[in-house]
Design a protein around this ligand. Structure first.
Ligand code: GTQ
Length: 347
């Protein structure tokens, strides 16, 4: 063992150079960051007010059609993850606009997608031969490897929030995609077919799921809102989350997708939530009301259709001056599957 510290570091540096050529590196130089004491996410708290983003979407609509773009989307990129098209490390989010008369051509990919409708009525998303009409507040699922196209035969622009597991799938190098060949897939099922089969606390006789993704394609806001309102009156109201529900796969009782969980919560008027944090970085979208959320050291004052993101293991506390509803999604199911999920509530 050499004792002179200068010669030690020189000898080590020389050693690192020698092994580098053979694609070897010393663990002891990186162990602390490889196995951190607690999550130390590079992603940052961020807020996209709708009033700021909507005009940019309309500008995009003057520059490119949905057809040419394939998907006319502005990606919500986490400021701590620039260049990665990620809003949290495992997840992607974007705002998609489709104008009256437009079609976003049919394709499929192994990435799972959710849509949360922000503005406009009359557009549809088609999956497995079924067209689902979009209404503000609806939560809609596009299962992995199903052909899907979007269209707007209505009269007004329709805008929704996309959430996909794009970075997670890229991490696994498991991404495949293909075009359908025609712009729109043929309609083979009646509107609300899936809702009748899977969305009424019933299932087709002897139904056996063939995929881990929900067979229910749309969770209309009307019934979601009704449940939240009833539970607000009946209580109890959680000190951190208000009245919070999770969307389920009716065939399993589990999350709607294997990689993405989705949630909706009502914050009663005057709610001042306690702080809480969890290992799943979470994307929030305001459905109704005004309030503010403290996320780490940032305070976001939000209103309808705003999006904000809470990084993994970052403290969040919500307040609402008026009765408010927040939609959110995260990689919680994937973390639970791998046995990694943790949460902590302030007393
Ligand atoms: O609507 O299929 O925001 O494939 C990103 C990728 C939306 C979509 C996105 C996509 C889609």
């Amino acid at each position: 063992m050499v004792s002179n510290p200068t010669s030690v570091s020189a000898e080590r540096a020389e050693f690192y150079r020698r092994i580098e050529r053979d694609h070897l590196t010393p663990l002891w130089e990186v162990l602390g960051s490889l196995v951190p004491k607690q999550p130390d996410s590079p992603s940052l708290p961020a807020h996209w007010p709708y009033s700021k983003v909507r005009p940019f979407l309309m500008d995009a609509a003057r520059l490119i059609t949905a057809r040419e773009a394939e998907r006319r989307v502005l990606v919500l990129e986490n400021p701590g993850l620039r260049g990665s098209s990620s809003i949290t490390r495992p997840l992607y989010a974007g705002l998609q606009l489709i104008l009256p008369g437009e079609v976003a051509p049919s394709h499929r990919h192994t990435q799972s997608a959710l849509r949360f409708v922000l503005e406009g009525t009359g557009a549809y998303t088609a999956v497995d031969g079924e067209r689902t009409t979009m209404h503000p507040g609806d939560f809609i699922v596009t299962p992995s490897w199903t052909f899907h196209d979007h269209g707007n035969p209505g009269e007004e622009p329709v805008i929704w929030l996309d959430g996909l597991d794009i970075p997670l799938v890229a991490f696994f190098d498991a991404g495949f995609s293909e075009r359908y060949g025609e712009e729109s897939q043929p309609v083979t099922k009646a509107e609300d077919d899936a809702l009748a089969r899977y969305g009424k606390n019933l299932l087709p006789f002897e139904y056996a799921p063939r995929s881990p993704t929900t067979p229910l394609l749309s969770y209309p806001y009307g019934s979601t809102r009704e449940a939240l309102e009833r539970l607000r009156r009946q209580g109890p109201v959680d000190a951190c989350h208000g009245v919070k529900l999770q969307y389920t796969n009716p065939a399993t009782g589990g999350y709607p997708m294997p990689t993405i969980g989705a949630f909706v919560q009502l914050l009663p008027r005057g709610f001042r939530g306690r702080g809480q944090r969890s290992t799943d970085g979470t994307v929030f979208c305001v459905v109704e009301g005004h309030g503010q959320s403290r996320v780490g050291d940032s305070v976001f004052e939000w209103g309808p259709k705003d999006v904000f993101v809470v990084p993994a293991w970052c403290r969040v506390a919500h307040e609402a001056g008026e009765e408010s509803v927040l939609f959110s999604f995260s990689d919680r199911p994937a973390q639970k599957f791998f046995g990694l999920f943790r949460e902590e509530r302030e007393p």
